[in-house]
Write a protein that binds this ligand. Structure first.
Ligand SMILES: Nc1ncnc2c1ncn2[C@@H]1O[C@H](COP(=O)(O)OP(=O)(O)O)[C@@H](O)[C@H]1O
Ligand SMILES: C[C@@](O)(CCOP(=O)(O)O)CC(=O)O
Ligand SMILES: [Mg+2]
Length: 317
């Protein structure tokens, strides 16, 4: 999830994503043939299994192909890069995905699945990649699936864990104080690629949208100072501003605004949407119970929970 900087990070501004204790688990077993089988029970298509040959163009399933492509794009590309890393272009793989990360809701489920899938598949094919190498391949997957536009933020954070700072290709981990994250989730899901394309179109049409992206960068740099000082009140104020700037880029939603206001009025130091937006999740900072209670009483909010910072990134279990 993002403390600061989503969207602007795609245009080279810094961002600070944080890994939380919600995980995607990917199990990979090599097959005796060249076919790929993916079982993803948590997908919104109500759970389905796809089986297809490396060279077949149509998966053998009874749902519309564009839907399957949208759902399978990240996993498919993750398997392809893993086969490439192992120099085994024809390796058949059985892949099982389980995840407790809401899908398409701004908590980086795509990055978690892609990073875990690349790690599991390369291990199965006898290659041991460092987390940074997994992160780089996972970034390329997100970039390709999101039509050429992505940052390294989610994928680097997911691979190495903790709080990180990403600016272009410069990715590093950050020491942070213990932050009292509270998440509100409206139960909906949205496509990151489409929201990123919307911001691109706005930037092309309006100079002030470019300035808004630059302002998010300025805000993130101030946020880094507040992080170093452990100043939660200032972090909260900057999160509020970040939410406003994201709304100006057209990626908020009524449900997100309602949850953000509920969290603030419940006593949060600040609150903002996280990730691509359009719906999904907000993140707030609150060391008391007020924000979580206020969110649980908000009709727009489907689920609210505390989120612990995860110090571990990708790992074999
Ligand atoms: N449990 C899962 N099983 C299979 N694919 C998943 C799973 N979770 C996420 N994905 C993939 O990630 C996509 C959602 O990613 P994205 O739109 O970037 O949203 P976010 O990263 O904010 O959750 C899904 O459409 C699917 O392709
Ligand atoms: C909007 C963006 O900055 C973050 C998207 O995050 P998510 O997929 O909603 O977790 C895109 C990116 O950085 O690739
Ligand atoms: Mg994503």
């Amino acid at each position: 999830m993002y403390l600061f900087g989503e969207h602007a990070v795609v245009y080279g501004e810094p961002a600070v994503p944080c890994a939380i204790e919600r995980r995607a688990t990917v199990t990979v077993a090599e097959r005796g043939d060249d076919r790929q089988r993916v079982s993803a029970a948590d997908l919104t298509l109500d759970g389905f299994t796809v089986e297809y040959g490396a060279s077949d163009d149509a998966p053998d399933v009874d749902v519309p192909t564009p839907l399957v492509e949208a759902a399978m794009g990240y996993v498919d590309a993750a398997m392809a890069t893993a086969r490439d890393a192992a120099d085994r272009p024809d390796a058949g793989l059985d892949v099982t995905i389980e995840s407790d990360i809401p899908l398409g809701a701004g908590l980086g489920s795509s990055a978690a699945v892609v990073v875990a899938a690349i790690d599991a598949a390369t291990r199965e094919l006898g290659v041991d990649l460092a987390p940074e190498a997994i992160a780089e391949r996972a970034y390329e997957v997100e970039r390709d699936v999101q039509s050429g536009e992505a940052s390294r933020a989610d994928t680097f954070c997911s691979a190495v864990g903790g709080a990180v700072r990403v600016e272009g290709s410069d990715c590093r981990t950050l020491a942070t104080p213990d932050l009292p994250f509270v998440v509100g989730y409206d139960g909906t899901s949205h496509d990151t690629g489409e929201l990123v394309a919307g911001v691109r179109a706005l930037r092309e049409e309006y100079d002030f949208a470019r300035d808004t992206v630059g302002s998010i960068g300025d805000l993130v740099r101030r946020g880094e100072e507040a992080l170093r000082e452990g100043d939660v009140a200032e972090l909260g104020r900057l999160m509020d501003v970040n939410h406003g700037l994201l709304a100006a880029l057209g990626v908020s939603a009524r449900s997100l605004d309602e949850m953000v206001w509920a969290a603030r009025e419940g006593g949060a130091a600040g609150a903002k949407l996280t990730g691509a937006g359009g719906g999904g999740c907000i993140v707030a900072l609150d060391d008391g119970a007020g924000a979580e209670t206020a969110l649980s009483l908000t009709p727009a909010c489907d689920e609210s929970f505390r989120a612990e910072l995860a110090t571990d990134g990708v790992r074999a279990e």
